[in-house]
Design a protein around this ligand. Sequence first.
Ligand code: ADP
Ligand code: ZN
Length: 619
Amino acid sequence: MTTAPAMAPDPLEVLAEVFGYGSFRGPQAEIVGHVVGGGSALVLMPTGGGKSLCYQIPALCRPGTGVVISPLIALMDDQVAALRQAGVRAAALHSAQGPEQAQAAWKALRSGELDLVYLSPERLLAGDCLDRLAELPIALFAIDEAHCVSQWGHDFRPEYLQLAVLAERFPTIPRLALTATADGRTREDIRQRLRLQDDRVFLASFDRPNITYLVREKEGPGAQLQAFLAPRKGEAGIVYARSRQRVDRLAQELAAAGFDALAYHAGLDPQRRSAVLERFRRDSGVIVVATIAFGMGIDKPDVRFVAHVDLPKSLEAYYQETGRAGRDGLAAVAWMVHGPGDIPQLRRFIEDSGAEPSQKAIEHGKLDALIAFTEASSCRRQVLLGHFGETLAQPCGNCDVCLEPDRCQDVTEAARKALSAVYRTGSRFGAAHLVDVLLGANSEKIRTLGHQELSVYGIGKDLDRGQWRSLFRQLVATGLLISDPANQGGLRFGDRERVSPLLRGDVTLELRLPLPKRERQRGSEAGASRRFGSASAGGDGDGASEADPQLLQALKDWRREQARSQGVPPYVVFHDRTLIELASRRPLDLAGLAGVSGVGKAKLASYGEAVLALLVSGA
Ligand code: ADP
Ligand code: ZN
């Protein structure tokens, strides 16, 4: 039988048959249409937004092979494995593989047996690789992590600069540059350097609605972290801390408390580091406690939380780091504790960095934006997206400010006491001493200075220490108090025109104070996770609440075995989302199974019977 020239497949059909998804997400449909039609573009989409399909589907719809350039060798193999599971003919070419593998990949490529090939930029630019590609039908070039071409971005890679050559060598082939970095300057840089100035830019919303943002005042970060994690045993997550010592200590504490927690930082030898990364990727419930050395290239979809026990460097860094949670679209939590102690340290890092004064000013400005976020009394997501130039019309309903509105209270009386304490002690002490005075503490400093004689001594026993510290911090954030760097951070009055009416009682002040310590210790985090965030408890609309937990566990066990026997990460077999849908819908035949999101033709053929057997026996 001779085969007639095949019609170009329809993108929606490919989406359903190969990937098992019913519809495109956000701008995906438009991007796919544009590229299938031969167009080039820059795509800006948040982590987890679904960038991969934007080039994978056009590669399957257009004649020839799609060439994907990716800087992360560690990830290429996982991506190729995931595609092969879906029945896509894919291979990788990178320096970490042996000559036989590379030869096999080239052979398949030359004989037109590959839909997609993943290449590192070094490989693409080395030797005669470009010449060899020029002889083959190429469907498109996808340049992943395109911000690596920009010095403004956070991951500049010089070899990316040479990718401009693609525009010259392959002027008629679509080029798609993709990144999750939204920064305007980086964006322009990418367009210019990759010769995409005249091509379209697709900008998706940077909102990650499935992430719950929880920002807390720092009390005892170790204990707070444990309280946060207690209802999340068995979930995968990342805990970021600033120093190696702290990482080691927290990892030990968590391990002692029964969590599967591992430390990761640049001080560990490379073997240990890759072992940790490997466990995190292959097992589903590992917590990695890490410095920011851990992050790039983590595309594990089922990271359920990202916790910060120290402030990140900037709001961009925070967005990037928290973005590693919930790529699969299921409920995930970004949790952070912050305290006044973080700020001087970060300022010092900037001062000691040896950068140009103008660069230092930029860094200080970035830190200010981050502090404003932590101190915000309005919706966190509105502040966060606002920072990236996006407006969210309504408060999100999924951050601590939105979820705990009752915590905004009239603090006029307390603020007046705090201001009086500043004034009566001579406008030169920091918050620690002022709080001692207000609480009527019997410290040596108080006795030496005679502050127990002041009228403000002991007038603040209605609030606890944590609440007073927070109040002082917020009075500084709102400008009512100024922390004087020339005087070791001693506090004095800020803007008189605002301080005076408050002292006179002409205006009131509303701020959010932390809960009293007694209530905090009753485990408010456990309560919080029940209300939102915990994937096992089920986020909105993910159906987890209807999923039979035993059946879900059986499916996960089966998946782990499958993954282990094939040497691939579990999510490559099926995503959590698919297992959850299976356990709640419980289809009884192959046709029903095919209707579940994430079950394409190839997976139906390889796993259909086994999954049905589980569903029937578990029913
Ligand atoms: P990114 O590269 O932008 O971080 P991915 O391409 O890895 O994101 O996609 C994130 C997740 O969303 C993946 O698990 C992917 O399978 C899933 N996904 C992407 N597009 C869709 C869609 N249209 N329908 C359902 N799931 C999707
Ligand atoms: Zn909100």
